[in-house]
Design a protein around this ligand. Structure first.
Ligand code: GTP
Ligand code: MG
Length: 233
């Protein structure tokens, strides 16, 4: 059972000045509107209605935070979470690229997103969700270019893989790896970027994504088993 299953709604933020004054690591889910961010958060946290998921694009219009730790899976959703035991936060970012949004609102979100990913110190890693049928749109690349200078990891999740056949999936994954490898810094060094396929519908890649997010959030390190070298035997 994953620690992510303990996730609870934490807070909603509409301005950077209202970001939670927490010190635990944060993992943010970014991506185009309709990419499947909220659906993936629900699946990974094993809770149907945790993050709002919708057929109406542009539904997530604020940064929604969820806490992991300080709650037991069997606990009631509304029971108070023990803040001292919160181990990480998950941020569901507003989807970008939704055409129907008016100029002002679009600019507001875009600035909120850019500032958040570039400036938030607690942000440990970005999970970039992209539709496997059209990954690396202009705005996805913008997101990568904003975040890359921080030197922190990006884990790309190619969503809706159920829409691709086996060959298409293999090709998309290969192309995505090549695209991520093409990012280098001034010294020609690569970045800590990884990628996987995912489908909420067919439950593809859930274990892989869970393991990766737990690793990026530093979850589970407190119960590390001794390695053979360190044991007394
Ligand atoms: N076929 C398929 N559809 C999916 C999958 N994941 C999500 N969807 C659908 O895609 C639509 C958008 O999903 P959301 O999770 O709301 O997307 P989002 O990225 O949170 O969107 P915004 O909140 O607008 O940024 C919904 O109709 C989902 O049912 C998947 O793995 N396969
Ligand atoms: Mg959403």
């Amino acid at each position: 059972m994953s620690k992510l299953w303990q996730a609870r709604f934490f807070t909603t933020v509409n301005h950077l000045r209202d970001l939670p004054r927490t010190t635990v690591p944060e993992i943010a889910f970014a991506g185009r509107s309709n990419a499947g961010k909220s659906t993936a958060i629900n699946i990974l946290c094993n809770q149907k209605g945790l993050a709002f998921a919708s057929k109406t694009p542009g539904r997530t219009q604020h940064i929604n935070f969820f806490s992991v730790g300080g709650a037991h899976v069997a606990m009631h959703r509304h029971d108070p979470v023990n803040m001292d035991e919160v181990q990480c936060l998950i941020a569901d970012l507003p989807g970008y690229g939704y055409a129907e949004v008016s100029g002002d609102a679009k600019n507001h979100w875009q600035r909120l997103l850019g500032d958040y990913v570039q400036q938030r110190e607690q942000l440990a890693a970005l999970v970039l969700m992209m539709d496997a049928r059209r990954p690396f749109t202009e705005l996805d690349q913008q997101m990568i270019e904003w975040f890359a200078p921080t030197g922190k990891p990006i884990h790309c999740i190619l969503t809706k893989a159920d829409k691709l056949n086996r060959n298409e999936s293999i090709n998309v994954l290969r192309q995505a790896r090549a695209q991520l490898d093409s990012y280098v810094d001034e010294d020609g060094e690569g970045f800590p970027f990884t990628v996987q396929l995912f489908s909420a519908l067919k439950r593809i890649g859930i274990e892989e994504a869970t393991a990766k997010i737990e690793e990026l959030a530093g979850l589970g390190a407190d119960v590390a088993a001794p390695t053979p070298d360190e044991s007394d035997e």
